[in-house]
Design a binder for this molecule. Structure first.
Ligand SMILES: C[S@@+](CC[C@H](N)C(=O)[O-])C[C@H]1O[C@@H](n2cnc3c(N)ncnc32)[C@H](O)[C@@H]1O
Length: 269
């Protein structure tokens, strides 16, 4: 590697490394790395459990609840990827299975993500499934984004470890919460193993992606996840109240444990 290349690599920001990683291979509507991952049965199970935990954390009202999904990815939390984008959902499947996950519990859903590949995939999926109340926008979230809209619930799943300054992003997210609104963050519990160590079928996809994306090693800002104390410090620092922290999903394989926490705080304003 030449010193120039080294120099360039060194200065790739975490945001740009994430954009590159999550955009990788998504041009011309190709299936993204995340979509491949989310089709795995083991990952589906994780998101089924998380959906239930999220639904327990707030009284969702289909006529009222405005949800912001920050770092939404391809929207698999709102419409399950195993529902083919070419198959329109019937009313009975809409109600009957968890396939739509949160989409069937909210009045509106706004997705926000820095990766165009992800937001395109998200919007394609919603459109193909006739979900008209969920839409993703691409771009870095700023104080004046989203036309002054406020949200009752903001969720951020598996993305805080991709973000350098978590306090700053939490303060920003708080500014989008309606009074009494809640921020729900899901990420890896510090001290537990990474997903591929326990959900074995995810490993080949993860490895292939790491190999293909030259800056993938820059995209993780918090490799070991977060402790309860750290999350409480972030929530308190952002002046969110009524902090709660639960182990939302946990699975063990050969003595290795993978745990995702769900942190919650309320906007008292
Ligand atoms: C592991 S994926 C999780 C996606 C989705 N929340 C889920 O649980 O399936 C991480 C996502 O965070 C997005 N991301 C990373 N940094 C971001 C930032 N600073 N602002 C917005 N989105 C970001 C990536 O583009 C990617 O879609």
């Amino acid at each position: 590697m030449s010193s120039t290349t080294e120099h360039t690599h060194h200065h790739v920001s975490v945001v740009d490394a994430n954009k590159e990683f999550f955009n990788h291979g998504t041009d011309h509507g190709h299936e993204s790395f995340l979509e491949k991952l989310m089709k795995l049965k083991s990952v589906q199970e994780v998101y089924d459990v998380l959906t239930n935990q999220i639904l327990k954390s707030y009284s969702f009202d289909v006529n009222k609840t405005r949800l912001l999904d920050f770092a939404c990815g391809d929207g698999m939390l709102h419409a399950s990827p195993w529902v083919s984008v070419h198959t329109k959902l019937t009313t009975s499947t809409f109600k009957g299975v968890m396939s739509l996950r949160l989409a069937s519990h909210c009045k509106s859903i706004t997705g926000a993500d820095i990766s165009e590949g992800m937001t395109n995939a998200y919007n394609r999926k919603m459109h193909a499934n006739d979900i008209h109340h969920a839409k993703a926008i691409c771009g870095e979230l700023k104080a004046d984004s989203l036309d002054g809209q406020k949200f009752d619930v903001i969720i951020c799943l598996q993305a805080y470890h991709h973000i350098e300054d978590c306090l700053k992003i939490t303060q920003l997210l708080k500014s989008f919460l309606a009074p009494g609104g809640v921020l729900l963050v899901v990420d890896q519990l510090e001290g537990t193993h990474h997903m591929p160590a326990v959900l074995e079928d995810t490993l080949p996809i993860m490895q292939e992606m790491m190999k293909q994306s030259p800056h993938s090693h820059h995209m993780i800002a918090h490799a070991g996840g977060f402790s309860k104390e750290k999350m409480e410090e972030i929530y308190t620092g952002a002046e969110l109240t009524d902090f709660e922290f639960i182990e939302a999903f946990t699975k063990e394989r050969e003595g290795k444990v993978f745990t995702l926490f769900l942190a919650k705080g309320v906007n008292p304003a």
